[in-house]
Design a protein around this ligand. Structure first.
Ligand SMILES: [Zn+2]
Length: 70
């Protein structure tokens, strides 16, 4: 089932490379943008302080102590 789906996707990519590249490119951009935003601009919901989530997700806000459910 999954193998057939992957094979079909690969065939689709080969039959129309430009469309697929565009689609894949925009998808990647959106994904990267969302990741970047989550990684760089995650803010505490209470005090709105930008939290550094690059190292490890903090359990509590270092500024106000708000518990963070990520
Ligand atoms: Zn806070």
């Amino acid at each position: 089932m999954q193998g057939a789906f992957i094979a079909g996707g690969a065939l689709g990519c080969l039959s129309m490379p430009t469309d697929s590249l565009l689609l894949a490119g925009s998808g990647l951009l959106i994904l990267a943008g969302g990741l970047l935003q989550a990684l760089l601009f995650y803010r505490c919901p209470r005090c709105n302080r930008v939290l550094n989530t690059r190292m490890r997700k903090p359990a509590f806000c270092p500024s106000c102590g708000q518990k963070l459910d990520l």
